[in-house]
Design a protein around this ligand. Structure first.
Ligand code: ZN
Length: 160
């Protein structure tokens, strides 16, 4: 079931899109060997026609197979965007392309799914990895020391 909505139908009533988008159609290139998509994209979306835009809201879900960056173990993870909302303009520079009264939502779904992919997949948050390593440096986050004073500085500005 493609993620396509017919604007003529939308003029009459909201449209519910529910089903599975095949992996091949979602075509989510993770750019990462540690993360693979292993399921179709399950979606349940309501599309509303507003004055000059489309409002899409609902949920998106798929399964990932990840490899832990620390211990290299493979594990499965659900990636879910719920609620997911998206406002697509029908006019102006960023307008959604409409072909034969139909708008394809796939690129927008793909884009938001990509942003949610794990950057450094871990089998569990405190995975210790394959073996003990003396990585005292890795524990230090570095930025923290600078972050706190600047946060206070921002607060001071607000007080003024
Ligand atoms: Zn691990």
């Amino acid at each position: 079931m493609p993620l396509i909505v017919n604007l003529r139908h939308l003029e009459e009533h909201d449209v519910l899109l529910r089903g599975e988008l095949p992996l091949a159609e979602l075509d989510l290139d993770t750019h990462d060997e540690l993360v693979r998509v292993t399921s179709p994209l399950w979606h349940e979306l309501t599309v509303q026609l507003l004055e000059d835009s489309l409002l899409i809201s609902g949920s998106l879900r798929l399964k990932l197979e990840c490899q832990c960056v620390r211990c290299l173990k493979s594990f499965e993870r659900d990636l879910e965007l719920n609620p997911w909302t998206c406002l697509l303009p029908l006019e102006g520079e960023d307008q959604v392309p409409v072909v034969n009264d139909c708008a394809d939502l796939t690129p927008y779904v793909r884009e938001d799914m990509l942003l949610e992919l794990p950057q450094h997949p871990l089998c569990k948050p405190d995975c210790r990895g394959l073996e003990k390593t003396k990585t005292g440096k890795a524990q230090k986050t570095g930025g923290t020391d600078e972050l706190i004073p600047s946060a206070w500085a921002e607060l001071d500005k607000l007080k003024l």
